[in-house]
Design a protein around this ligand. Structure first.
Ligand code: EPU
Length: 423
């Protein structure tokens, strides 16, 4: 397995182009199942998870290929309705083909996704929403077997213990586009990636009102057409590099980054002592003074503070000049990075779903293990500011979600390189 080496103590200065959003690209690619016509999806990052989604489309019988940053899903028919375990087990987000398969064909077999290192990750809301539309679902031999011809629009409340769900909203929305009458999804997720999917579906001819809000209204249509669409910039990638500018006391211009998608982060970074300015369709980020102030954050569904930036924010808190309190309300177990950050000299203790972080100026490089995508990014950020060298094992997690990470960071002054495993 490849490793990343980061030599700490180098300041990040310059421009980083922000790629298209992984978590918008995946459902939008799945949505191409809803038409037989060609779709051209632009600004799609070249990532492991995107390749997995393309493999799933291929397994279903559709031809999809990359040309630069565009994925072209050729005109053609879906030949089977099975998303197999071999693919779903490598990417939980594969579950998002369930809704479009049902919407289009009235049947789907999708491997039941397991939990993962960030927590149990149930799918009860996906199933509740689909059942409300009239789908019959049984779980057999590790597969979700779903049947539902002639889906009927209904009013559905899609809330659970932790609030709304991004992929459950995506699934129900895509199943509903052809359902007879009107479907109203109350407490739908309002994340920018869900809004982007809704906008893509509208571009295909779907009748959807309320994109980007917590109530989606869908009127069933007879068919959808192929279209060309450009995916929004990745707010989590942008947020990670914003934290990178502040943690290294540098100055970064993040091309294409949108302030309106990261308001909760920007608010907290300003409290921490950051300056964030909107300049020419991007964001410029640097410190106002010398120190980072402690931060209190609680992760919430959008527009609250995103769980996908919690780990990276913890690295910033680890070098602040006080005590920060970070509470995780979406995935209460998403704290595996803490033991690795502590190996680098951070002082973090866990109390239930809350981490208490005592800032230090003495982070030092160490061999550490990446446990999930965002935790890996947190370790890279800590490595950038630690003294000496940090060696991050299991980099494949990063490859799932950060396009050209080493290239982008090296271009703005980081010393970071990959040690390829010799097979
Ligand atoms: N939940 C349920 N039941 C469900 C579905 C979710 O209880 O049926 C709970 C979850 O356990 C969690 C909360 O609801 O506590 C929110 O989970 P959600 O369903 O919104 O997560 P997701 O849709 O599976 C997406 C992103 C994740 C991101 C979360 C939260 C994609 C492909 N994945 O997952 O991204 O953390 O929303 O914002 O969009 C990542 O990119 O690293 C990543 C993990």
């Amino acid at each position: 397995m490849d490793k990343l080496l980061v030599e700490g103590g180098n300041v990040l200065n310059g421009t980083i182009p922000i790629s298209g959003a992984k978590n918008a690209s995946l459902p939008i690619l799945a949505a191409t199942i809803l038409t037989d016509e060609e779709c051209r999806i632009k600004n799609v990052p070249d990532l492991k998870d995107v390749s997995t989604m393309i493999k799933i489309l291929n397994a279903l019988g559709r031809d999809a290929r990359r040309e630069g940053d565009t994925i072209i899903v050729s005109a053609g028919q879906i030949k089977n309705h099975i998303a197999p375990y071999e693919l779903v087990s490598t990417m939980r987000a594969s579950i998002v083909v369930l809704g479009p398969l049902l919407g289009r064909f009235g049947e789907a077999e999708v491997s039941f996704p397991g939990g993962c290192v960030i927590g149990p990750r149930p799918i009860d809301l996906h199933l509740k929403g689909l059942r409300a539309l009239g789908v019959e679902i049984e779980v057999k031999s590790g597969y979700i077997l779903a049947n539902g011809k002639n889906l009927k629009g209904r009013k559905i409340y899609l809330g659970g213990h932790f609030g709304s769900s991004v992929l459950a909203t995506d699934n129900v929305l895509m199943a509903a586009v052809f359902a007879e009458g009107e479907t109203i999804i109350e407490n739908s997720a309002s994340e920018p990636e869900v809004e982007d999917l809704a906008r893509f579906l509208i571009a295909m001819g779907a009748d959807i009102k309320g994109a980007g809000t917590s109530t989606l209204k869908v009127r069933g249509v007879k068919s959808l057409r192929g279209t060309e669409y450009s995916v929004i910039p990745d707010r989590i990638e942008a947020g990670t590099y914003m934290i990178g500018a502040l943690i290294t006391n540098g100055r970064l211009y993040l091309e294409h980054a949108r302030a309106e998608h990261n308001l909760a982060l920007i608010d907290k970074l300003r409290e921490a002592g950051g300056v964030i300015d909107e300049v020419d369709g991007g964001l410029e980020v640097y410190r106002a003074g010398d120190v980072i102030n402690p931060i209190d954050i609680t992760t919430l569904t959008y527009p609250g503070f995103p769980t996908d930036l919690q780990a990276q924010m913890m690295s910033l808190a680890a070098i602040s000049n006080g005590i920060s309190v970070i509470t995780e309300k979406i995935y209460p177990d998403r704290f595996i990075h803490i033991s690795e950050l502590n190996r680098m000299g951070a002082d973090i203790v866990i109390e239930g779903a809350t981490a208490i972080v005592k800032g230090t100026n003495k982070l030092s490089g160490a061999p550490v293990m990446a446990s999930d995508l965002r935790a890996s990014a947190a370790l890279v950020l800590a490595g950038l500011v630690a003294s000496g060298q940090t060696e991050i094992a299991r980099v494949y997690h990063l490859d799932r979600g950060y396009e050209k990470l080493e290239e982008k960071l090296s271009a703005v002054g980081a010393k970071i390189w990959r040690m390829k495993e010799i097979k």
